[in-house]
Design a protein around this ligand. Sequence first.
Ligand SMILES: [Ca+2]
Ligand SMILES: [Ca+2]
Length: 197
Amino acid sequence: MNIWSSLSPLNYIYNDANFKGYMGNYWDNYTGSDIDRNGIGDIHHKIDSENFDNYPLIKPVENYIVDIEPPTIGTPTLSPAEPIENLNVTVSVEVSESGSGVKNVTLWFRVNGGVWQFREMVFEEGVWRADIPAQPAGSIVEYYIEAYDKAGNKAKTDIYSYTVVEAAPRVPSIYIIIAVVALCSIVVVYVVKRRKH
Ligand SMILES: [Ca+2]
Ligand SMILES: [Ca+2]
């Protein structure tokens, strides 16, 4: 007896919906129906007295997209590269996909070991982006990225982390103005004094 269908369940798209299941062959003399509309005949197809296809395709193969490869997620980058207190951090990442196409990319993060939260990433200028909200200095932020293709294959990165640093202390502008004025006065006095000699 031969095997007439896939050895394991496959992710596939049929009529714009995704399914997971065993897939057989297309037989133009198959007489069964497809009540549950998954593209697979609801009863087996009898090939001869010894051979059956338990998962006959209800339509020719070109009506199915089989995709068993999950998307590939690149290494994410942060902006700013060194996260500072009170500033959102934008996470950007490239995702490549063959087969059914990317369905969604999600950024998961947690702060100081708290509850995992997520943001849906948005595709713009060739990369997927989402923001991690601003955190106080010293916070440890862990994050990872998850991507699904349209056939339901899932990819996930390692967990990355960063520690939020303090913003550099800024000199209030009034002190800069005073310093500049003071410096100019010294120069003026010096020049005037030299001319008197
Ligand atoms: Ca069916
Ligand atoms: Ca794929």
